[in-house]
Design a protein around this ligand. Structure first.
Ligand SMILES: Nc1ncnc2c1ncn2[C@@H]1O[C@H](COP(=O)(O)OP(=O)(O)OP(=O)(O)O)[C@@H](O)[C@H]1O
Ligand SMILES: [Mg+2]
Length: 316
């Protein structure tokens, strides 16, 4: 077996997966929520499915979990067709818009899910303590969850998805509705889980989030796989260069604006769109000729968000 195969075992793979829902009214056509979708998730990675509302992200997770059935196509999880349900012992799931009974405390909720997955009280107790700690919810464990913020509920949800110590965790919009600090906390938990060897599959429409933590992503639109790859490979470099310089005088600023069409950010920062190396060097000569010190020149990368919007707009 080649070395790459050993290092990057495929944990999930689909081949020409399609899902058709019946139409909502007689006159309408069936809804093709997934259309010949083929992809792979490798062991130990954080994989993100991105897509606008209605793209088919939740449908995909539900099919992978056996909650909804495929119309056609092959699906393997841990190298076996999902018709063999034994894989379910090794997966965790945080549903979209989950609702736990709000009269339970955080601790009672985790105990409930622990027992639901077949643990005895002692094991469920130990896991509850371990995961409350991991998601930093120990101090809230005796508080009823009706008092929890959205961020706390999502952290508890993450702990719930791990109660059976799964190898593979499915998270449907784990940071939806959570404020920036809460999102950072969730990202840290996911990075922590990844470093303990878990594989994480998540759905999101928060692209900046995904960019920060996912190793690879797939972009889904209207059930079709539009693009897949490593985040750094699919966000192309641009011809925009960010210059950091010593203070620019009025004359230089005016020339930068009129002659070089630069975008001035401040007295010592501007963006310049350089068509080629020759023009870039002319810009450097111009600045140096005016006794400007160049502190740095950084080529800007397109954000995942820009790339995503361009791709989806092209498709619509
Ligand atoms: N049970 C169902 N019956 C009929 N149509 C459905 C059903 N569930 C989803 N759909 C349709 O399938 C398509 C994909 O929906 P899905 O919920 O998978 O999208 P999503 O990418 O998760 O969207 P969101 O970002 O809003 O969560 C949509 O057109 C939706 O209306
Ligand atoms: Mg969804």
């Amino acid at each position: 077996m080649p070395v790459s195969k050993l290092n990057f075992m495929s944990i999930i793979s689909t081949n020409n997966l399609s899902k058709e829902y019946p139409s909502k009214s007689f006159s309408k056509e069936k809804i093709l929520a997934l259309n010949n979708f083929s992809f792979e998730v490798e062991s130990g990675e954080i994989f993100g499915i991105l897509g606008p509302n209605g793209a088919g992200k939740t449908t995909l997770i539900k099919i992978l979990l056996g909650i909804t059935h495929r119309t056609k196509g092959d699906i393997k999880i841990f190298d076996k067709d999902i018709a063999d349900e034994s894989y379910k012992m090794k997966v965790g799931y945080l549903p979209e818009n989950h609702k736990f009974p709000n009269y339970l405390t955080g601790e009672q909720t985790l105990m409930f899910f622990g027992k639901l997955s077949g643990m005895n009280s002692k094991d469920a107790d130990a896991r509850t303590a371990e995961y409350l700690k991991l998601v930093d919810m120990e101090k809230w464990k005796k508080t009823k969850i009706k008092k929890y913020s959205k961020g706390m509920l999502q952290r508890l949800g993450l702990a719930q998805s791990m109660m059976n110590n799964p190898e593979l965790i499915f998270l449907d919009e784990p940071t939806d509705g959570v404020d920036p600090i809460g999102r950072k906390e969730i990202r840290d938990i996911l990075i922590n889980l990844k470093s303990s060897g878990k594989t994480i599959f998540l759905n999101s429409h928060l692209l900046s989030e995904v960019e920060l933590i996912c190793d690879r992503v797939a972009i889904l639109n209207k059930g079709v796989l539009v693009k897949t790859g490593r985040v750094e490979d699919i966000t192309a470099v641009t011809n925009d260069y960010k210059f950091m310089t010593s203070d620019l005088d009025e004359n230089t600023l005016n020339l930068l604006l009129s002659k070089y069409k630069a975008v001035i950010k401040s007295r010592n920062e501007f963006l310049y769109n350089s068509p080629d190396t020759e023009e870039m060097n002319k810009m450097i000569d111009f600045l140096r000729g005016n006794n400007i010190l160049i502190q740095s020149i950084v080529r800007e990368k397109d954000t995942l968000e820009n790339m995503f919007i361009n791709l989806i707009e092209k498709q619509n």
